[in-house]
Design a protein around this ligand. Sequence first.
Ligand SMILES: [Zn+2]
Length: 422
Amino acid sequence: MNSILIKNAHIIDPENSVNGIGNIFIKNGLFAPLEAADGDDGMIIIDASGLTAVPGLTDLHVHLRDPGQTHKEDIISGCKAAAAGGVTSLLAMPNTDPAADSPETVKYILDKAKNADAHVYVVGAVTKGLKSREPTDIDALYRAGISALSDDGRPVENTAIMVNAMKKAAALSIPVTAHCEDPYLAGGKVNEGEISEKLGIRGMPRAAEDAGTAREIALAAAYDIPIHICHVSTYTSANMIRDAKKAGVKVTAETAPHYIMLTENELLKRDADYRMNPPLRTERDRLAMIEALCDGTIDVIATDHAPHTPEEKSDFVSAPNGAIGMETSFAAAYTVLVKGGYMSEEELIRKMSCNPAKILGIQAGSLTVGKPADLMLYAREDHVVDPDRLHGKSKNTPFKGLTLSAKVKLTVCGGKIVFNEI
Ligand SMILES: [Zn+2]
């Protein structure tokens, strides 16, 4: 592996309070002191003038579809999409086929990921087959290498099983990430309200998400154990999380770029690429997600990268939920939050790199000498999202045709250049 010298970058490294022009040296897969570059003949030199260098992003919410649905995505293609989006670590959700509910499946994913362009961390299922009936053997999954627990794709309907998983996870110091949804209220196709009425299709009430959020917060509060709330989309859930944090509850939360950039009005196009779960909500919800990110209520921006083929997405109503997002997440979040004047680049890097790495408890989220060399370079550059130029297997992006104001130019993962468009 060649050493790499990145010269004249604008370096933003919040954990080390760095924000200015400088050089970065990478050797043997790690960030190394600049002095070590002297006399290194074989190194790759990258002129990063005009580009910004930041720690690689960690995406806490990714569906790699492998094993079982590799026509949509697989571990290798998903990590190519990650690399193109500056994502160097990702958390792979367990709703594969079979589900990641056994040590064998966990080991399969970790094994295949050894040759991938991003660090893959595996979520073990809370219940067998994500059916909310029988708990998994969490100790066995942990020994196999899981980094978190969730039934994402679905809620854990059985509250007693959820509590046990949260207690066990707290003892093992791994997070539980909760897909908040009351299954008895859920089942609609778009946000319930004006738009669902106009379209004449069944809506998903915000109460379905909020009831789930309220339950998870109640459990975390009652037992004083952590919970991470996935893909927050309603202002009402954001308010609950804000209040819970004030009261000292160990709750962290994420939202996704589509919830801060788009609203339910997109659904009037009757295009299933805008259908995901939770659904795009109202302008009030969108603004509340931005406010919650800015005031620290929501800690993390994650994608809920959920690939489906064009054929699967062809019918507006019967198509499965989900949108891809890893290749556009930074660019979209930058456009809304930084260009929109809501937060600094440094704050955005905290939401997409430092905070998720801390929640996952991994060695990422900084450019500290001696740590694994995961970083990305980006340009402040307008570009139009063209689904045909994306690197994953599926094209179901809700950002298609939009002009975004940042572009990932180079990604280094574990000291290796995994994406380069300089
Ligand atoms: Zn989910």
